[in-house]
Design a binder for this molecule. Structure first.
Ligand SMILES: Nc1ncnc2c1ncn2[C@@H]1O[C@H](COP(=O)(O)OP(=O)(O)OP(=O)(O)O)[C@@H](O)[C@H]1O
Length: 233
C-alpha cells in the first residue's frame, strides 16, 4: 500500500496538500486540470520535492528520509530521458546497474524485458534510430527491469497518437499483471485508462479532490470538471 497523508508543499503561488492511498498491485490513473499538481505529486513520491509535513509510506516503509536514488520507486518521464549515445540494452541496463558492468544473468533479464515490451532484437539500436512509441517502450523496460515495486509514469504517452497511446496503456496493464508492481500514471485523457485502472484520482488545486473506481469518478459530480480539464489540455 502506498499511503500519502497530508503531505504539504508550498511555494509563493502554489500550495499542495496531498492525501491518497493506493493498494499494492493497483494501477492508479491521476487526472486533473493543467497546473493542478499531478506532476508535483509524482515528484514528491520520487523524492524530487520534500514535503514540509505529512507522511509518505510504501508497504509500511517511511520514504521521506530516503534520497531519490534510494527510494523503491522508478519514474518514467514524458521525454523518457534516454541517453542518445547508449544502445537500447545499455539504456535499459542503467535501471539495473548504473556502472553498466552487467552480468550474463542481467543481460538475459534485459532481453526478457525487451521481449515483454515488444522490442526483441532492438538491443543494439540507439534511441535516435527508433520511433517515439519504441523509445517509450525502452523507458518502460528500464523502469520494469529495476525491480522497484512502485512505478510512476508522468504522462508517458501523451505525445503518441491515440491508437499507440492506448496500446501502450494496455502494455502497462499487461505487465503489471505479470509483476508485483504498483503504478501511478498521470494522463490527460481519462477514457484511455478507464477500463484498465483500478483507481482514478482527480487532482486539482494541489489536492486529491476525489479518488475511487474510474467509473465512480467519471460519473460523479466531477464529470464537468474532468471534461473541462481534458478539453483544456
Ligand atoms: N519547484 C517548484 N517551485 C515553484 N512552483 C512549483 C514547483 N513545482 C511545482 N510548482 C507549481 O506547482 C503547480 C502544479 O504544477 P504541476 O506540474 O504539478 O501540475 P500538473 O497538474 O502536472 O500540470 P500539467 O498537466 O500541465 O503537467 C504549478 O503552478 C507549478 O508552478
Amino acid at each position: 500500500m502506498l499511503t500519502i497523508e497530508n503531505c504539504r508543499l508550498s511555494w509563493p503561488d502554489f500550495v499542495a496538500d496531498y492525501t491518497l492511498a493506493v493498494k499494492a498491485g493497483h494501477l492508479c490513473a491521476v487526472i486533473g486540470p493543467s497546473g493542478g499538481g499531478k506532476t508535483t505529486l509524482l515528484h514528491m513520491i520520487a523524492g524530487f520535492e520534500t514535503p514540509e509535513s505529512g507522511t509518505l509510506t510504501l508497504h509500511g516503509q517511511n520514504l521521506l528520509p530516503l534520497e531519490p536514488a534510494k527510494r523503491p520507486v522508478a519514474i518514467v518521464f514524458q521525454d523518457h530521458n534516454l541517453f542518445p549515445h547508449l544502445s537500447v540494452t545499455q539504456n535499459v541496463g542503467l535501471g539495473l546497474r548504473p556502472s553498466l558492468r552487467l552480468t550474463d544473468g542481467e543481460k538475459a533479464l534485459i532481453e526478457d524485458t525487451l521481449e515483454a515490451v515488444g522490442l526483441t532484437g532492438f538491443g543494439t539500436r540507439k534511441p535516435g534510430e527508433m520511433s517515439g512509441g519504441q523509445r517509450q517502450r525502452v523507458a518502460l523496460a528500464r523502469a520494469l527491469v529495476s525491480g522497484r515495486p512502485l512505478i510512476l509514469l508522468d504522462e508517458p504517452f501523451s505525445s503518441l497518437d491515440p491508437t499507440l497511446r492506448r496500446d501502450m496503456i494496455l502494455l502497462v496493464d499487461d505487465m503489471r499483471r505479470k509483476r508485483p508492481v504498483t503504478i501511478l500514471m498521470t494522463i490527460h485523457t481519462p477514457e484511455d485508462a478507464a477500463d484498465v485502472a483500478d483507481q482514478m484520482a482527480f487532482v486539482a488545486d494541489g489536492r486529491v479532490v476525489a479518488s475511487g473506481p474510474p467509473a465512480t469518478i467519471l460519473n460523479s459530480a466531477l464529470a464537468p470538471r474532468i471534461a473541462a480539464a481534458v478539453s483544456n489540455s
